[in-house]
Design a protein around this ligand. Structure first.
Ligand SMILES: [Zn+2]
Length: 416
C-alpha cells in the first residue's frame, strides 16, 4: 500500500490517477510503474470537459527519468470517453504531452542536455536514437514558437548562413535589441525574406525602424515591398561593405599575382590573408612582411588603400558630412581602374541611402554577426545537419529565446 503511494508521490500523481503496481525487472535493467485511473472516477471529455461515459482503455508507455541505474517506464491504461459532441476521445495524461512517448520530465532532461551538448552526445548518454532526440527538439521548438508573444521588434538584422553544402543557404531575421533569431527561412531568395515578413505581420513591418542587411538585391526588393518607407530604414552596415571590398581586394590580388608570376615575380605568393587581416591585429612579423607590399606600386596595394579608407567613413554625426566624404571616396574608387573595386563602388552608389543610413546611425549588424558565429557553432556541433528542417530547428532551439519546456511539467512537480 505504502509503496504504491510513495511511487505516486514520486511521479507527482493526483486523483484520479494512482499507481496500481510496480515491477522491478532489475535483471533486465528496468523498473516499470503501472498507473491507472481510479475505478469510480468520473471521466471528462478532454475537449469540452463534459462528464462522459467511459468507452474503453488503451495501454500506453512512456520513458521516464531513470530510477537509479534502471531505465524507468510508466505504463498506463488510458481511458477513452464517448462524448456526445466529440465522439470517442482519449484522455490526456498529466505526466506527458499528447503525442509523446516520453514523460514531460524526461523531455525536459533531453532539452537540458541539448542546450549543453551535441545531438550525438545527448543521444548516446541517454540511450536514445537520433530520431528520438530530433523529435523532442522539434516538439520543444514548436511549443516555443506557439507560445511566443513578444513585442514587435524595432531593429532587425537580415542575414544569410550557408548550410551543409556550400551553396545552400538559410535566411535569418534577428531582433537586434533582444538578441534573438525571430525567423529562419529556406534559401536566400526574395521569397525567403518575404516569408519572414509575412510571419512578422504587416503591422510589425510598419513599426520597424531599421533593417540592417547586406547589399543583396533579393533582400532589398523584399524589404521595399513589405516595409513602408524602406529607403530610409534599410541600413547596409560596415561588416557587409567590408566583406564586399575584401573580396574585391582579393580578386585584384589574384589577377595581379598571376601576371607577376608569369614574369617570375613571386612577391604576392601566399599573401592572401595579409591583405584581408585588420592591420591593427597583425603581429610585428606579419607587419614587417606586409609594410613594403602595402606601400608598393602594386595594384592590390591601391585596392587595399581604397578599402581601408572606406572603413573610416562610419559614425558620422551629420548626414551632410557623411555624404560629402562618401562621394569623395566614390570618386576615388570609380577612377581606380580596378574593375572589382569599381563594381563595389557602383553597388554602394546604387544603394546610397542605405550606406548613408549606416554611416550616420550606430545600428550595425555586429549583433547579427554574433548570432551568425553561434549558428556556425551549432553547425559544427551537429557535424552537418542532414536536412534543413533540423538545422532550422536547432537555430530556433538555441537562438530563438524560446520557452522550450513541456507544459505538463507544471502539472506534476515544479521544475527544481
Ligand atoms: Zn466533448
Amino acid at each position: 500500500m505504502k509503496e504504491r503511494r510513495v511511487w505516486g508521490d514520486l511521479l507527482g500523481l493526483a486523483p484520479p490517477w494512482r499507481v496500481r503496481d510496480v515491477e522491478y525487472a532489475l535483471d533486465e535493467g528496468e523498473v516499470r510503474i503501472f498507473v491507472e485511473v481510479e475505478s469510480r472516477a468520473k471521466l471528462r471529455c478532454p475537449t469540452c470537459d463534459r462528464e462522459c461515459a467511459g468507452y474503453d482503455a488503451r495501454e500506453r508507455r512512456w520513458r521516464h527519468l531513470d530510477t537509479m541505474q534502471y531505465r524507468t517506464i510508466v505504463i498506463a491504461r488510458v481511458p477513452r470517453v464517448d462524448c456526445p459532441e466529440h465522439g470517442v476521445v482519449q484522455l490526456g495524461v498529466p505526466w506527458a504531452e499528447a503525442s509523446s512517448r516520453f514523460t514531460a520530465r524526461f523531455e525536459a532532461l533531453v532539452i537540458d542536455w541539448l542546450l549543453e551538448a551535441s545531438f550525438a552526445a545527448a543521444a548516446r548518454q541517454l540511450r536514445l536514437s537520433w530520431d528520438e532526440v530530433a523529435g523532442i527538439q522539434d516538439r520543444a521548438v514548436r511549443r516555443g514558437l506557439a507560445r511566443r508573444d513578444r513585442k514587435p521588434p524595432k531593429r532587425v538584422g537580415v542575414d544569410e548562413t550557408s548550410f551543409q553544402r556550400r551553396h545552400e543557404y538559410v535566411t535569418t531575421v534577428n531582433d537586434l535589441d533582444a538578441a534573438v533569431v525571430l525567423y529562419v527561412a529556406d534559401d536566400r531568395k526574395q521569397a525567403s525574406l518575404d516569408a519572414c515578413y509575412a510571419g512578422l505581420g504587416a503591422e510589425a513591418c510598419a513599426g520597424l525602424e531599421a533593417v540592417v542587411m547586406d547589399l543583396w538585391a533579393p533582400y532589398i526588393a523584399s524589404t521595399r515591398e513589405h516595409v513602408p518607407e524602406a529607403e530610409a530604414k534599410i541600413v547596409f552596415d560596415k561588416f557587409h561593405v567590408a566583406k564586399h571590398l575584401g573580396e574585391a581586394v582579393d580578386r585584384v590580388r589574384r589577377q595581379e599575382n598571376r601576371e607577376l608570376r608569369a614574369e617570375g615575380d613571386e612577391r604576392l605568393v601566399k599573401t592572401k590573408y595579409l591583405w584581408l587581416w585588420n592591420p591593427d591585429r597583425m603581429s610585428r612579423e606579419q607587419w614587417r612582411e606586409f609594410a613594403p607590399l602595402r606601400s608598393s606600386r602594386l595594384r592590390v596595394a591601391r585596392a587595399w588603400a581604397i578599402k581601408e579608407a572606406a572603413m573610416l567613413l562610419w559614425g558620422y554625426a551629420k548626414r551632410g558630412w557623411a555624404e560629402r566624404m562618401w562621394k569623395r571616396w566614390y570618386g576615388w574608387a570609380i577612377r581606380s581602374r580596378l574593375e572589382p573595386v569599381k563594381r563595389v563602388a557602383r553597388m554602394i552608389q546604387k544603394h546610397w541611402e542605405g550606406v548613408l543610413n549606416a554611416a550616420t546611425s550606430n545600428v550595425t549588424n555586429a549583433l547579427s554577426e554574433g548570432l551568425k558565429s553561434k549558428i556556425q557553432w551549432i553547425k559544427r556541433k551537429a557535424c552537418g545537419y542532414r536536412n534543413r528542417e533540423r538545422f532550422r530547428n536547432a537555430i530556433y532551439f538555441h537562438l530563438g529565446g524560446l520557452d522550450l519546456y513541456p507544459d505538463a511539467l507544471d502539472a506534476t512537480h515544479t521544475k527544481a
